[in-house]
Design a protein around this ligand. Structure first.
Ligand code: GLU
Length: 332
């Protein structure tokens, strides 16, 4: 059975673009009678700020989900013991190493990176530099003293393979990523001790036996990094995870852009689902607009949309949702 997931981050409010990607994930799973689980990606401090509104938005949209192991949904913030146990094992194997570098990508590592965040590849400065985490920590403490600042913690990085990583995206076709050139070794735990998005997402997709990942295409280029995490976990063969059920099929769907041609984000407040709801837009009207935008017949009936769903009709170009489209939702 196909297993999909809805994996929103409640750091911001859901906007039309998020809703469209979530709807596509839902339709792709329900079309084939598959299951879909809800996973709240709340790894950042204050990462659950908008959780109540997020749940209200999903329910209002009419998207349902299947419980996982007796839980209505799971929250990554509650899963640190699993992530930490796996990181400790990877560290013991030498697949992961401590890193004291102060780089912007370490700050960015906690959340799903989006296109504009892309920095240079990590040059591997701390590869084979420290015998263990304590040594790295001692190094950082001395440096902090010299620089007259409080010590930061130590990050953990995963060694990426030299060989190209390949996969086939359902919409973008064959992909080939050379990780040492494109990203370098990946941060899997931040300096503040929190686990990085790139690691948690794979651990959870594996643990939940997710077989299809549908998400915005700004994450296409980090998928290779996630496959490197899969490879490392496969080598680990840990009892903390169920047996490996295979890699998911990835489908990276076009983003929704605002009037300014940039992807919808926190600044587009009037296009948040909650704002539409409060403005009196009906869920059926929004679903009908979303259905047309993904190439389906204009109906807000989710069962009907799930029946008629077809990847082939999905437009491949980014979708626009600006002032004009917002006004269309006011017409019945
Ligand atoms: N939580 C991520 C986001 O909202 C999506 C991650 C994923 O689907 O892998 O951007």
């Amino acid at each position: 059975m196909l297993v999909g997931r809805l994996a929103p981050s409640p750091t911001g409010l859901l906007h039309v673009g998020n809703a469209r990607s979530l709807l596509l994930a839902w339709l792709a799973a329900r079309h084939v009678g598959g299951a879909i689980h809800l996973r709240i990606e709340d790894l950042l401090p204050d990462g659950d700020l908008h959780l109540p509104e997020l749940l209200a938005d999903l329910r209002w949209l009419g998207l349902d989900w299947d419980p996982w192991r007796g839980h209505d949904f799971i929250r990554q913030s509650a899963r640190s013991p699993l992530y930490d146990a796996l990181l400790a094992d990877l560290l013991a194997r030498g697949d992961v190493y401590p890193c004291v570098c102060t780089r912007k990508d370490i700050d960015l590592a906690a959340r799903a990176p989006h296109v504009e965040d892309k920095g240079a590849a990590y040059p591997g400065t701390c590869r084979d530099r420290f015998a263990n985490e304590q040594e790295a920590l001692a190094f950082e403490q001395i440096r902090a003293q010299q620089e007259n600042r409080p010590p930061l913690g130590v990050a953990l990085r995963l060694r990426v393979p030299d060989a190209p990583v390949t996969f086939v995206d359902l919409l973008h076709g064959p992909q080939r990523v050379v990780l040492p050139r494109d990203s370098g070794d990946i941060v899997v735990r931040r300096k503040d001790g929190g686990v990085a998005y790139m690691f948690a997402v794979v651990v959870d997709d594996w643990a939940m036996a997710v077989s299809q990942v549908v998400r915005g295409d700004d994450l296409l280029e980090v998928t290779g990094q996630q496959l490197a995490v899969y490879q490392a976990l496969q080598r680990l063969d840990s009892s903390h995870l169920p047996p490996f059920a295979g890699l998911p099929q990835y489908a990276h769907v076009p983003l929704v852009l605002g009037d300014d041609g940039r992807r919808l984000a926190k600044r587009n407040q009037s296009l948040h689902i909650g704002a539409l709801r409060r403005d009196g837009v009906s869920a059926d009207r929004l679903r009908r607009w979303l259905a047309t935008s993904v190439g389906l017949a204009p109906t807000g009936d989710l069962a009907e949309l799930a029946r008629s769903f077809d990847w082939v009709s999905l437009p491949r170009a980014p979708m626009r949702f600006g002032t004009q489209e917002r006004a269309e939702l006011d017409t019945p």
